[in-house]
Every structure is written in structure tokens, then in C-alpha cells.
Ligand binder design. Structure first.
Ligand SMILES: Cc1cc2nc3c(=O)[nH]c(=O)nc-3n(C[C@H](O)[C@H](O)[C@H](O)COP(=O)(O)OP(=O)(O)OC[C@H]3O[C@@H](n4cnc5c(N)ncnc54)[C@H](O)[C@@H]3O)c2cc1C
Length: 396
């Protein structure tokens, strides 16, 4: 029987996993199933495009190893039977597989509040962005709920496009959870200089308006007028289709350090949906919602699966160095390691916080992450520091 790898999720991780399976020598059929109607594209530009510009999709082209991959787009996988090695699609069609890659990513969390739905947006897909851009149309007042990376990036783009922009969030400063209070306060200062107004330490309790949103009422009774609202309040892993197989789906899909799922060697997971231990830090499995880790886990998952199907073993310890970036108007931020794992000890390593700076995040006295504000010329240096940490940890 011909072997077949099926990848669920036709985005960054799904594409890179399909390429990796082929590159590792798998000669059977490779099928990628995705519920979006599009070929894979890059999501980072979606939150960074100036509001007035007509956005153009940044397509991800399959590499030379994956030109014969079968793409089943606009098709949703509704369930999986791991014992029978089958998947069921919304159309009722059943697909058999010998290897399965879980790359189904995340969807935006929605606010469950009273009030009209029209005028409320989220931003994860190309179609979300098209809806947001047309919804914002001639809007002059935008309220963004959520002060994480996506909320701050869109806020900067909107304010620089001349839109009155308000950001509402329960934290004391923006991006507090991933970057801490010191860097968050500096980012707030820079975004306020663009004209963005922050409403922090509070939450929305109601959307105002009859048939469409005209405003937002906050818990402290403030009422903000709005022509459009963006809900940027985190994400939910797309795992429902895997239910009933005895897997731990409590936060994404639990994997081992090599991306294998449920102790099986024929099922792997990668990208934002995968919760795996990174031995660079410790044995605690965590999900990582960043582009670089999606690529790293996809390559590893594809390699491990192809090796298994070919009866060999994938080599070397997998301990990828996390890295991410965020562009919020003039704020250019680059990070290596996992600043969010620090225990609160944060040191200015170089430069001035109010200008260009390198900030170190420590756990038990050991640096676990570095954030650069500007300092583009120092990327290589700090990346190397975190890579050295990785090499030392992985070696034992
Ligand atoms: C607006 C935005 C800006 C970002 N900016 C940055 C940035 O600046 N820097 C950075 O490091 N990272 C950034 N990221 C994160 C980065 O884009 C993600 O880490 C990356 O997209 C993860 O890829 P993925 O393939 O794992 O998941 P996804 O991109 O979520 O893809 C999963 C795919 O699977 C599909 N799917 C789900 N369930 C099913 C099903 N049952 N059947 C079929 N298909 C299914 C989904 O529709 C989706 O197409 C950003 C993300 C967003 C949304």
C-alpha cells in the first residue's frame, strides 16, 4: 500500500512540515488539508500594514522538495480516528493516512459581551484583515481591546494613519506578560507619542449601539466612542477535531520533545498548536505562538515523521532557540530566548531604554531571554549568547 502523510493546516507550519517530510526522503503521497481557501501566506504583515493601504498577501511558496504536494484547500477536517488512521472532512469524505501532522494553529478568542456584533473585528487570517480594512473604511475612531503584540501593532498602524485610537486592557502596561513592566512602560510611552490613548487596568463590559457598534463601556464606567472595534484578546488552539482519541488537548496538543503526539510515532504536531518541552529551558511543555518556532517545530516534526515511516531515527537533540519580532510603528523590537520565562530579574544590558537598548531577562541568575529595542547591529551578538546557552543546556 502507498504510504500517505496527511498534514492538517495549510499555513506556515503545515507547509514547512510537508517540505521537511519530503526533504527527509519520504516518497509516498503528501496531502495538506486546510480550511482557508488560500495557499499559505505570512500572517505577520496583517497587523503591520498601514490602515489606508490596500494590503497585499505575502504568499509562502512551496520549496522545491514540495512541488508535488496535494493541496486540499477550503476543506475542514471535522474528526480524526487515530486507531483507524483516518480523518473525516466536512464533506463526509474519509482520508486514510500512515502519518499525520497536526498543524491546525489557533483562532482568535472572542469577547462574550452584550451589544451589537457588527463593527467588531478580529485579526488572524487574510479574510479577517479584508473585513477589518473594509469595516474600518472611513472610521475615525478605533477601540482596540487587548494590549498584546497584535493590539499594539494595529494601534500603531491606525494612529499613524490618522485614526483616533484607544487601547483597553486589564494589565498595568502593554505587552506586560511577555516583556515585563519595564519594557512595557517604555513601549507605552512611545505609542502614546503617536497619539494612542491607553485605558489600562480595566476591561470592556458592553458594546454600545443599536445595529452596529458605536462605542464601548468599560468596567470603570468610561464610555469610548468607536466606529470600529478590534478584539485582540488572545487565541484558542484548533484541537476539537482531535477529540475522542485520548490525547491531552487541554492547551493545544501535548507532544514530547520531538513533536510526537500521544506517545505515537506516526502522529506529530508543530506550530502554534503544539505544546512541547524545550530542553533549552526545562521539561515543562509549552506552546509558542511565534513564526520562527512554527518553522523550527515543523521542520523537526516532518523529519521525525519521515524517519519513523522510513524505519530510521531522526538525529540530534531538538532544543530550538525561540526568536520573535514585533514592529509597532517606529518601535522595532527583536527578542531571542524566552523573556516571559524570567523570574522578574530584568537588567539593562546595553544602551538607554528611552533610545536603543538591550534588556536581559533572568531566571535563577541565568539569562533566558534578550529583548532589543532597535540596536539592529547587535542581533547577531545577542542571538549567539542565547544559542550558546542552548548548546550548553542541550549538552547536559
Ligand atoms: C496578525 C498576526 C501577526 C503576527 N506577527 C508576528 C510577528 O511579528 N512575529 C512573530 O514571530 N510571529 C507573529 N505572528 C505569529 C505567526 O504568524 C504564527 O506563529 C504562525 O502563523 C503559526 O503558524 P501555524 O501554521 O502554526 O498556525 P496558523 O497560521 O494558525 O495556521 C493553521 C491553519 O490551520 C487551519 N485549520 C485549523 N483547523 C483546521 C481543520 N480542522 N481543518 C483544516 N484546517 C484547519 C487554520 O485555518 C489555519 O489556516 C503573528 C500572527 C498574527 C495572527
Amino acid at each position: 500500500m502507498t504510504q500517505r502523510v496527511v498534514v492538517v493546516g495549510a499555513s506556515l507550519a503545515g507547509l514547512r512540515a510537508a517540505e521537511a517530510v519530503r526533504k527527509a526522503g519520504f516518497r509516498g503521497q503528501v496531502t495538506v488539508v486546510g480550511d482557508e481557501p488560500h495557499m499559505p501566506y505570512n500572517r505577520p504583515p496583517l497587523s503591520k500594514t498601514s490602515i489606508g493601504d490596500v494590503p497585499e498577501a505575502e504568499w509562502l511558496k512551496p520549496g522545491r522538495h514540495a512541488t508535488d504536494v496535494e493541496w486540499r484547500l477550503g476543506q475542514t477536517v471535522t474528526s480524526a480516528d487515530l486507531a483507524a488512521r483516518t480523518l473525516r472532512l466536512a464533506s463526509g469524505e474519509v482520508l486514510s493516512w500512515t502519518g499525520l501532522v497536526v498543524a491546525s494553529g489557533l483562532r482568535p478568542r472572542r469577547l462574550d459581551l452584550p451589544g451589537p456584533m457588527l463593527g467588531r473585528h478580529v485579526l488572524r487570517t487574510l479574510d479577517d484583515q479584508a473585513g477589518f480594512v473594509s469595516g474600518i473604511g472611513s472610521a475615525r475612531r478605533l477601540v482596540i481591546v487587548g494590549a498584546g503584540f497584535i493590539g499594539c501593532e494595529v494601534a500603531a498602524a491606525a494612529a499613524m494613519s490618522g485614526i483616533e485610537t484607544h487601547v483597553v486592557a486589564p494589565e498595568a502596561v502593554p505587552v506586560e506578560r511577555p516583556l515585563g513592566a519595564m519594557v512595557g512602560a517604555e513601549i507605552q510611552r512611545r505609542l502614546e507619542a503617536l497619539g494612542i490613548e491607553f485605558h489600562l487596568g480595566t476591561v470592556p463590559v458592553e458594546f454600545l449601539g443599536a445595529d452596529r457598534v458605536r462605542g464601548v463601556r468599560l468596567a470603570d464606567s468610561t464610555e469610548l466612542a468607536a466606529d470600529a472595534v478590534l478584539e485582540a484578546v488572545g487565541s484558542i488552539p484548533n484541537v476539537e477535531w482531535l477529540a475522542g482519541n485520548g490525547l491531552d488537548l487541554s492547551d493545544g496538543v501535548l507532544c514530547d520533545a520531538d513533536c510526537r503526539v500521544g506517545g505515537r510515532s506516526d502522529v506529530v504536531a508543530c506550530g502554534d498548536v503544539a505544546r512541547f518541552p524545550n530542553m533549552l529551558f526545562d521539561e515543562v511543555p509549552r506552546r509558542v505562538e511565534h513564526w520562527v518556532t512554527a518553522v523550527d517545530t515543523a521542520k523537526r516534526a516532518g523529519q521525525v515523521l519521515a524517519a519513523q515511516l522510513g524505519g530510521t531515527a531522526a538525529e540530534h537533540v531538538f532544543a530550538p532557540v525561540p526568536a520573535f519580532w514585533s514592529h509597532q510603528g517606529p518601535v522595532r523590537l527583536q527578542a531571542f530566548g524566552a523573556p516571559g520565562l524570567g523570574d522578574g530579574e530584568i537588567r539593562l544590558l546595553e544602551g538607554e531604554l528611552s533610545g536603543e537598548a538591550a534588556v536581559g531577562y533572568y531566571r535563577e541568575g541565568i539569562v533566558v531571554g534578550v529583548v532589543l529595542l532597535g540596536l539592529a547591529g547587535r542581533y547577531g551578538h545577542y542571538r549567539k549568547e542565547i544559542e550558546t546557552l542552548s548548546a550548553n543546556r542541550a549538552a547536559g
